[in-house]
Design a protein around this ligand. Structure first.
Ligand SMILES: Nc1ncnc2c1ncn2[C@@H]1O[C@H](COP(=O)(O)OP(=O)(O)O)[C@@H](O)[C@H]1O
Ligand SMILES: O=C(O)C1=C[C@@H](OP(=O)(O)O)[C@@H](O)[C@H](O)C1
Ligand SMILES: [Mg+2]
Length: 175
């Protein structure tokens, strides 16, 4: 039975790589944010604004427990998932965990164009965004670094880079 969790900061490529990797291995792909959005018929932004971040985190934990029951899956967590409750220990107990590590500058360029869908980043100026990313990475690193595997995901900018990353991830996980 295979159950792989991809973790890492917003923009690290959890969704992009998770989708491509699961397809290659013939596994089911579950993106935790998408799963939550379908289950509640609301966007992550709506859930954040209705329930506040704490309310979202409680719901996210429950949904993590739901998706972790599935077998032969690649699960892309949300960026904050490993950093609340005992979620990191829980994921390590249920499967293989992979921390997608990306340089802050690369995250900045990816998130600059994709910040509006992310409630924690929306409306930040460039300088605020870069500072926010750097501070958050420091706070979150102690959680992310508990993953069983570390994978550098700086190069996911086109199809061939994504395929090359899928191949390296396969080797790393021996799949
Ligand atoms: N080539 C690219 N140019 C600009 N932005 C990109 C590019 N590739 C990915 N992104 C953005 O970077 C983010 C990284 O992908 P995603 O898989 O959504 O990360 P995660 O799920 O870890 O937050 C996406 O929001 C996407 O819009
Ligand atoms: O880092 C975070 O706290 C968050 C990351 C998002 O997921 P992605 O990492 O897939 O963008 C989403 O769960 C929410 O906006 C909060
Ligand atoms: Mg995602």
């Amino acid at each position: 039975m295979t159950r792989i969790f991809l973790i890492g900061y917003m923009g690290a490529g959890k969704t992009t790589l998770g989708k491509a990797f699961s397809r290659e291995l013939g596994l089911t792909f579950i993106d935790l944010d998408w799963y939550i959005e379908e289950r509640f018929h609301k966007t992550v932004q709506q859930l954040f604004s209705e329930r506040g971040e704490q309310g979202f985190r409680e719901l996210e934990q429950k949904m993590l427990h739901e998706v972790a029951e599935f077998e032969d899956v690649v699960i892309s967590a949300g960026g904050g998932t490993p950093c609340f409750f005992d979620n990191m220990d829980y994921m390590n107990a249920c499967g293989d965990t992979v921390f997608l590590q990306v340089e802050p500058e690369v995250l900045f360029h990816r998130l600059k164009v994709a910040k509006q869908q992310r409630p924690l980043l929306a409306n930040k100026s460039d300088e605020e965004l870069m500072n926010f990313i750097c501070e958050a990475l420091q706070k979150r690193h102690p959680f992310y670094s508990q993953a069983k595997f570390l994978f550098r995901a700086d190069e996911l900018e086109d199809k061939s880079q994504i395929q090359a990353s899928v191949d390296s991830l396969r080797k790393l996980l021996d799949k």
